[in-house]
Design a protein around this ligand. Structure first.
Ligand SMILES: CC(C)(COP(=O)(O)OP(=O)(O)OC[C@H]1O[C@@H](n2cnc3c(N)ncnc32)[C@H](O)[C@@H]1OP(=O)(O)O)[C@@H](O)C(=O)NCCC(=O)NCCS
Length: 157
């Protein structure tokens, strides 16, 4: 990784850059739509108080060039904490420099401190570069498929 690039926790001043990065990511993935307002709201929730969520940025001389998020889950299969990794994206001009790997390594360290015994994530099955990247970083495919059902918003009690 370039010496000038550091991995740090996101700050409120990073929100515009992070929203733009999520726009790059969701434009690539068939299951998601780019919606800057929603992405910003999600980031604000992720960056709120609490120890169960982590938003990381890769900072190169004051510029946000990459990001990744993680959330702590309890897995009954593991009998303890596990991490859900999402929002892994590096700006095109900064790819291939080890930044993605560094983001995942920082997430792993955070998970180990919290006692997590597994990292898990979803990847678009057509995103071959991402699959190769995750494989290089030690992730292996599973036999699970992702199912989802969208609920109407604003009707919860
Ligand atoms: C996938 C992504 C995050 C990788 O980030 P990166 O900073 O370029 O990756 P790194 O430089 O840390 O690479 C780490 C390893 O993955 C491999 N790798 C990364 N991108 C690769 C690619 N496009 N093709 C093949 N291998 C790749 C590298 O060769 C490296 O392996 P090595 O350490 O054994 O040499 C980045 O390409 C990206 O933002 N892509 C678009 C968004 C995306 O698809 N995110 C994943 C969503 S599921």
């Amino acid at each position: 990784m370039r010496a000038a690039c550091t991995i740090r926790e996101a700050r409120p001043g990073d929100l515009d850059a992070l929203t733009e990065l999520l726009g790059l990511l969701f434009a690539l993935e068939a299951d998601f739509a780019v919606d800057a307002g929603r992405q910003r709201s999600g980031l604000e929730l992720m960056m709120g108080k609490g120890q169960a969520r982590l938003v990381l940025v890769a900072d190169s001389e004051g510029n946000v060039v990459g990001m990744a998020t993680a959330q702590l889950l309890i897995s009954t299969a593991e009998g303890g904490p596990a991490l859900l990794v999402e929002d892994v994206v590096v700006r095109p001009e900064a790819r291939g420099l080890g930044i993605g790997r560094a983001l995942l390594e920082r997430i792993e360290s955070w998970g180990l401190r919290l006692g997590a015994t597994r990292l898990q994530l979803l990847a678009d099955k057509d995103n071959t570069p991402a699959s190769t990247f995750y494989h290089a970083c030690g992730f292996a495919p599973t036999n699970l498929v992702c199912l989802r059902r969208t609920l109407p918003s604003g009707t919860g009690k």
